[in-house]
Design a protein around this ligand. Structure first.
Ligand code: PBG
Length: 374
């Protein structure tokens, strides 16, 4: 095209340097920096003020908003966490998570089939272990036929095309609700890592496609990778809960897996301080170096800055967990008529995409998938 035919932008206010400069930093994302300040002047028109740059133009209609939409939420972005209980043909509601239930394995298989029909790529299973089978070491995690492993077998048999993600943290199995072995009031690191690595192999043998350790022990990713490889599970991936914060937003989950009354103290000696962001990056870097295939940030919405930093710095598959408390807040406010629950759900999930997530673990998954498929 002839350059002369391009209409130049109206000159900014006479005699003044007003404008925006675009710089393209190493990560390729264009940034707009205000380099000069407009001088106050009376009686300028909006076009004089904006230099004719009117950002509302593209927002004027649905079709133009769709054309300029930068981020999209798709069914392919969803991972659905589901809760398991022992027994048959039973479903229990989780009071603090309206719309969420615990399922016996036979019913969990039905939910897995539903997930596959909706096009959800993967589910993540969390067991509510009978209290009689919990002990100080969380030994039942080393039972090849425990609830989580039986569920993986049943689900992979019925719906082989659905990804199954399992957590190897000890908290559903310990009598004290901590993610590791407790000795003299201390969650001991190395012994816990050894046990977690063994449990990961059992979970892989039961059919788990992705092992997702949520315990934040040091060295767990490398130990799990070694153990999986030694057992021949080279194709089983690791999604690291790399940056898991000591958060108040896990409350309803603890009710769901029955650890709410058990936990003594808090998890501050192993989860990250919510005040820290550089430390989260070091955790992510360490887990990648040890062999993590995918990284997760948890909780989700309050930690989107961490998602963005991780995605920008490492450019690896990055996920966030919209945790139980985040889900409960939206549901509770909607139930009171204080917000539009459906819109808040969709907006919160789109925010994860905008922050850089490749996918989101969310209890809303089936509801959202249903909506996205119309
Ligand atoms: C612990 C674990 C937690 C969640 C999943 N696994 C946190 C905790 O109980 O401390 C939270 C998930 C949620 O809140 O939805 N290994």
């Amino acid at each position: 095209m002839d350059g002369a035919s391009i209409r130049p932008l109206p000159a900014p206010c006479a005699g003044r340097t007003v404008g925006l400069a675009r710089t393209r930093p190493a990560n390729g994302r264009a940034q707009v920096n205000r380099i000069t300040r407009q001088q106050p002047q009376a009686n300028r028109t909006v076009d004089e003020i904006t230099g004719g740059r009117r950002l509302r133009r593209m927002r004027k209609a649905d079709w133009s908003r769709r054309l300029v939409q930068e981020n999209h939420l798709r069914v392919d972005d969803l991972i659905w966490p589901i809760f398991l209980i022992d027994g048959k043909d039973r479903q229990e509601d989780v009071a603090a998570m309206p719309g969420v239930s615990r399922y016996t394995i036979d019913l969990a298989v039905k939910q897995a089939e539903r997930a596959a029909r909706l096009g959800i790529p993967a589910i993540a299973t969390f067991p509510n272990i009978p209290h009689s089978r919990r002990d100080a070491r969380g030994s039942a995690i080393l039972d090849a036929d425990n609830l989580i492993n039986r569920a993986s077998r049943a689900i992979k048999e019925a719906v082989p095309e659905l990804g199954v993600i399992t957590d190897v943290a000890l908290d559903p199995f310990t009598s004290h609700g901590h993610d590791g072995i407790l000795k003299d009031g201390v969650v001991v690191n190395d012994e816990t890592v050894e046990q977690i690595a063994q449990a990961a192999v059992l979970q892989a043998a039961a059919g788990a496609d992705i092992i997702a350790p949520s315990d934040m022990m040091d060295g767990r990713i490398g130990a799990i990778r070694d153990a999986l490889d030694a057992a021949g599970f080279h194709d089983v991936a690791i999604m690291s809960y790399a940056t898991k914060f000591a958060s108040a937003f896990y409350g309803p989950y603890r009710e769901a897996i029955g650890t709410d009354g058990l936990l003594k103290g808090d998890k501050k000696t192993y989860y990250i301080d919510p005040a820290n962001s550089d430390e989260a990056l070091r955790e992510a870097e360490q887990d990648l170096a040890e062999g993590a295939d995918m990284l997760m940030v948890k909780p989700g919405l309050p930690y989107l800055d961490i998602v963005r930093r991780i995605k920008d710095v490492f450019s690896v598959p990055t996920y966030a967990y919209q945790v139980s408390g985040e889900y409960a807040m939206i549901k509770a406010a909607a139930a009171n008529g204080w917000i539009d629950g459906d819109q808040a759900m969709m907006e919160s999930l789109l925010a994860f995409k905008r922050a850089g997530c490749d996918g989101i673990l969310t209890y809303f998954a089936p509801e959202v998938a249903g909506r996205l498929r119309g």
